[in-house]
Structures are given as structure tokens and as C-alpha cells.
Design a protein around this ligand. Structure first.
Ligand SMILES: *[C@@H]1O[C@H](CO)[C@@H](O)[C@H](O)[C@H]1NC(C)=O
Ligand SMILES: *[C@@H]1O[C@H](CO)[C@@H](O)[C@H](O)[C@H]1NC(C)=O
Ligand SMILES: *[C@@H]1O[C@H](CO)[C@@H](O)[C@H](O)[C@H]1NC(C)=O
Length: 537
């Protein structure tokens, strides 16, 4: 009771400014505002501590209650009561209590005192509530919606006698005081295709027109989104060559996704497997793996989870596959021209890092006026300009992925004008030999024409010709065998490298060059075996 009374007194203080004194037949008029449900105390005679003997209260010309010192104290159940000093106490004010009240008090000495009180009922705004849907509520009360969805905003409040409702927005870049407003008890609006720019704080404001009291309700709204793309899985060599760094990234999601990197067991049932298991909340995730733990057929899988995807996941994976550089192993070019060596690497997963190197020392090739390196899809092209005899030799297309290094060996033969000249001389020599033999045979046949009909002679002539031909053939065979390099034996069932696969004999070599290159190729074989050790598991 005490608390209620205090509230009512506060109300009186609030309304003190609104007191209007109208001298109308010796009475004062007071305007009073009470909220529905409040206790209103309507004063009558407030000059000094005189206690009226009887006070009558009339409302809109009709008596509502009267009481005095002698009357019994107001019953608890009565809503209206005349207090000791003649004031009218109304508990649980309702809009129906509004009106013009008149009190008349009889003071000791039979003086009459009158006072007028105007009671206005006004309340609120109360029970303000807002809802934004469809949305998900975070633990801190912030709401989240997905980009592109249609979102409804609803606000309601109650005020007496009337109110103004409005929605305002404050985003990162702009502020809108009044998106919509109305004077009803509720206010709705809708954003059909919500975008990140609509992220911010939405405030519903209810303002009581009569009391000018206002209440706000603010809600933070976050607009979540994901890109249409899938995460990307890639690798980079680590500084320490025994390790390799795998990275998974998925850019353009808000908030940052949860990325997880894991491994499936190798197809071959490799003993290793499943020892990578990392999770982070970020746009990218990197893990460092010991190269010796990787094997062909092993699958590294990165899954991305995000509130927008709900239970679905997006992922990328790498099923490790050895590199396999392919290309023409033997190239011949003329002195002074330019030549392009092509190496195609299309099987490696993750994609190999492919480079061209020169010579057995595998020197790096720096692009410049001499060399140009270009990529065309899976093909890596090396163009050598202005070829000289110095460019002759072996080139390696070096293809490396986390599993292994594979090399394609390409042998470049440079034909000089002089060697072409030597070839021409040999050609002419052979031609002369054949023509000469033919002439000799013709002459022999002609000189032996008298013996033509005798079987033995003709047979002998055929033998002669056969000797010439077989001599040439056996020479060819000799050249061929010299040029064939011997493949190194395959040991321990180890895989052979492509270097070996591509080692095909050259029948184009000049005799002199064959002699030169044979020891070199012996060296190649040693080199090849080294790379076998490097790449086999
Ligand atoms: C509520 O949580 C979200 C996500 O954790 C955060 O972005 C937002 O700023 C928080 N809001 C408030 C009002 O703290
Ligand atoms: C990588 O793994 C191999 C074999 O499991 C091990 O011998 C080597 O020490 C590891 N290297 C590092 C740097 O952990
Ligand atoms: C090719 O070599 C010749 C002689 O060595 C030189 O004069 C010329 O400038 C070279 N051309 C290019 C494109 O390098």
C-alpha cells in the first residue's frame, strides 16, 4: 500500500506543472493525469491542516462519494475513498475514471470550500515488444538472418490514449531515423531480399502522444552469408623439404566458417592415415605434414561448416596421385633456329610444381632472351632461341608434388650446317655406290649376255647384288646397336622412373655423336637411379 501511495504522490509532482488555477466561484481547478491501474489522489482543500467535517465529491455533475471525520474509514474493498483531509483516493484507475471532479468541503465554522479537479487517464507506452522473423537468436540476444531471405519486422506496444510507433535503423554506414511509423498499436514492415548492408541495430520506438513518454526496443541483426564456391585445397612446399604444407581456404563467408582438415585412409590401406585432425574457425587452415607419412591414394579432406549451410557441409579433397610428366623425349633442331620443348603434367594431385632444368646438374633455366617458359593448360613449354651446338644435351622437366618428384628427360640434338653437309656427302657416296654397282652389274650382264641362258651365271649375279645390299644392312644395324643405351636393371621391384620409360634409342645420331654421347648416357643412368631412390616408397 505504501509503495502504491508513493507512486501516486510522484504522479502528483509530475502533474504539478499542469496545475491551472481558474477562479470560478471561489474554486481552484487542478488537472491531474493518472495511468491506468495507478492510485490517483484528487486533492480538495489543501490550505493548512484544517480537517473538513464533510466532503462531497461529484463527477460530471453527479455525486460519487461523500465522507467526513465522523465517517468510518474507507473499506478495503472500496475503490473510491474520501480521505481524512477530504481528498479523493481512487485505486486502480481506469479510463472510465476520466472526467471533471468537483469537491465541496464543509470546514469547521460552516465555511464551504470547493475545488475542481480534471482527471485525465494516460498511460504507457507499456508492453513494448518486437519480433524479427525468420531469424535465429544467439546467446547474447542478437538475431541472425541469412542473406537473400525475406524478413518481417513487427513491433507492438500499448499506450493510453494513443501512441506513435516507429522503426529506425542504424547500420555500419547509414542511419535511418524512421523506416516506417504509424499510430496504431502495432507496426509491421518487411525486407524481401535482405543484404549485408541491412545488418545493424533495429529499434522500435513507442511514444505516448499525451504524456510524451517514449520507450525503445533495440535488436541487433546480423546478416550471415556464404559464397557459392567450395573450399579450395592446395599445397605448398615447406622450407624443410621433408615437410609439406596443406592449406584449405574458403573466402567470403560471414561469419568465418569452421574448417576441418582430416584424412581418409589410403586406398592401399596404408598403415599411416587418419593422423591429421585439425579444426579452426577461420577463412583458412594450414597443416604441416611429414612427407614420409603421405602415400598415393591417400585422401586429405577439408570440410567447411557454417550456420548458413545448417547441417550441410562444403568440402574439398585431394586424393594424392603421383606426378607424371609426359612429352617427346628426343628433339632435333637446326643450328640458329629456335625450338620448343613441351612437357605435359596432367595427372598429379595435388597439382605438381613443374619446372624445366638443363643438363645433368639440373641448372635452373632463367627466362630471358635465350629461354622463354610458358604454360598452356597442363603443358609447360620451354622455348630455346637461337640454338647453337652448346644447347645440345639433356633437359629435364621436373615435376614435383608432395608424394614424389618425377622427371621427363628430353634430349636435344642440334644439327649444324656442316653435319648436314657430311650427311649429304655420305648420301651421295651411297647413291654413287648403288649407281656404280648397278652399272657394274649391267656391264657384267651385258658382257655375259652370251651366257644369259645358262642358269648358274644369273644365279651368281643375284648373289653379288645380295652381298652389296646385306653389307649396307649390317652397317645400319651396327649404328642402331651403338645408339641403344642399356637400361639399368630394375632392382627390388622398385618402380622405374619416367626417365627410363622415355629412354628410346636415337637412329638419327651421327656416328661421331653416338660415340660422344654414349658415356654421357652412362652418367644419365646413374642419375636416374638416384631419382628412383628419391621417389620410391
Ligand atoms: C552477440 O554475438 C555476436 C556473435 O558472437 C557478436 O557479433 C555481436 O556483436 C554480439 N552482440 C552484442 C550486442 O554483444
Ligand atoms: C618424418 O617421419 C619420418 C618417418 O615417420 C621420421 O623418421 C622423421 O623423423 C619425421 N620427420 C620429422 C621432422 O618429424
Ligand atoms: C643469335 O646469335 C647471334 C650470333 O651468336 C647473335 O648475333 C644474335 O643477336 C642472336 N639472336 C638472338 C635473338 O639472341
Amino acid at each position: 500500500m505504501k509503495i502504491v501511495a508513493t507512486a501516486a504522490l510522484l504522479h502528483l509532482c509530475f502533474c504539478a506543472t499542469a496545475v491551472v488555477s481558474v477562479d470560478d466561484d471561489d474554486s481552484t481547478e487542478t488537472a491531474l493525469t493518472a495511468a491506468p491501474g495507478d492510485v490517483a489522489l484528487l486533492p480538495c482543500y489543501s490550505a493548512g491542516n484544517v480537517t473538513p467535517t464533510l466532503t462531497t465529491w461529484m463527477k460530471n455533475g453527479r455525486e460519487v462519494i461523500s465522507g467526513g471525520v465522523s465517517s468510518s474509514p474507507a473499506g478495503e474493498q472500496q475503490r473510491l475513498a474520501v480521505l481524512h483531509d477530504g481528498s479523493l483516493n481512487i485505486r486502480g484507475v481506469t479510463p472510465g475514471d476520466e472526467g471533471s471532479y468537483l469537491c465541496s468541503s464543509t470546514l469547521p465554522g460552516n465555511n464551504t470550500f470547493r475545488a475542481r479537479v480534471l482527471l485525465q487517464v494516460a498511460g504507457g507506452p507499456d508492453n513494448i515488444s518486437s519480433s524479427i522473423s525468420p531469424a535465429t537468436t544467439l546467446s547474447n540476444g542478437t538475431l541472425t538472418v541469412h542473406r537473400g531471405s525475406a524478413v518481417s519486422f513487427n513491433c507492438s506496444a500499448s499506450s493510453y490514449p494513443s501512441q506513435q510507433l516507429s522503426w529506425s535503423f542504424k547500420g555500419a554506414t547509414f542511419y535511418n531515423e524512421s523506416l516506417v511509423s504509424s499510430s496504431g498499436s502495432w507496426l509491421d514492415f518487411r525486407i524481401d531480399d535482405i543484404q549485408p548492408r541491412d545488418q545493424g541495430v533495429y529499434t522500435c520506438r513507442a511514444n505516448n502522444n499525451f504524456t510524451n513518454q517514449a520507450v525503445n526496443k533495440s535488436t541487433q541483426l546480423l546478416v550471415y552469408y556464404v559464397p557459392d564456391t567450395h573450399p579450395e585445397c592446395m599445397w605448398t612446399p615447406a622450407q624443410d623439404p621433408s615437410h609439406v604444407q596443406f592449406t584449405c581456404f574458403w573466402l567470403g563467408a560471414y561469419p568465418a566458417p569452421t574448417l576441418h582438415f582430416g584424412e581418409d585412409k589410403g586406398v592401399q590401406g596404408a598403415a599411416s592415415g587418419g593422423h591429421m585432425n585439425v579444426t579452426t574457425v577461420a577463412e583458412s587452415l594450414s597443416v604441416m605434414l611429414n612427407r614420409s607419412e603421405l602415400s598415393e591414394g591417400h585422401t586429405l579432406r577439408c570440410t567447411a561448416r557454417h550456420p548458413v549451410l545448417a547441417a550441410r557441409e562444403k568440402e574439398c579433397s585431394l586424393t594424392l596421385t603421383l606426378p607424371f610428366p609426359e612429352g617427346e623425349p628426343l628433339i632435333t633442331a637446326m643450328d640458329g633456329t629456335s625450338v620448343t620443348l613441351i612437357c605435359t603434367e596432367s595427372t598429379s594431385i595435388p597439382p605438381a610444381i613443374t619446372t624445366w632444368t638443363k643438363g645433368l646438374q639440373q641448372e635452373r633455366i632463367n627466362p630471358g632472351s635465350k629461354y622463354a617458359v610458358s604454360e598452356e593448360g597442363p603443358a609447360l613449354k620451354l622455348t630455346i632461341f637461337n640454338i647453337t651446338k652448346d644447347d645440345e644435351g639433356v633437359y629435364f622437366c621436373h615435376s614435383e608434388n608432395p608424394l614424389a618428384v618425377r622427371e621427363l628427360e628430353v634430349y636435344l640434338t642440334v644439327r649444324t650446317a656442316s653435319s648436314a653437309y657430311t650427311g649429304a656427302i655420305i648420301g651421295i657416296f651411297i647413291a654413287v655406290l648403288i649407281v656404280g654397282s648397278a652399272a657394274i652389274i649391267a656391264k657384267t650382264v651385258y658382257s655375259s649376255r652370251h651366257r644369259m641362258c645358262l642358269g648358274g651365271g644369273f644365279g651368281q649375279m643375284e648373289e653379288d647384288r645380295g652381298d652389296v645390299l646385306s653389307l649396307v644392312e649390317s652397317d645400319d644395324e651396327q649404328i642402331f646397336q651403338d645408339a641403344v643405351p642399356r637400361l639399368p636393371p630394375i632392382t627390388n621391384g622398385h618402380q622405374t622412373t619416367l626417365v627410363q620409360i622415355h629412354r628410346i634409342p636415337s637412329v638419327d645420331h651421327e656416328d661421331a655423336e653416338t660415340a660422344d654421347t654414349s658415356p654421357q648416357q652412362q652418367d644419365d643412368t646413374v642419375q636416374t637411379e638416384e631419382s628412383v631412390d628419391l621417389v620410391t616408397f
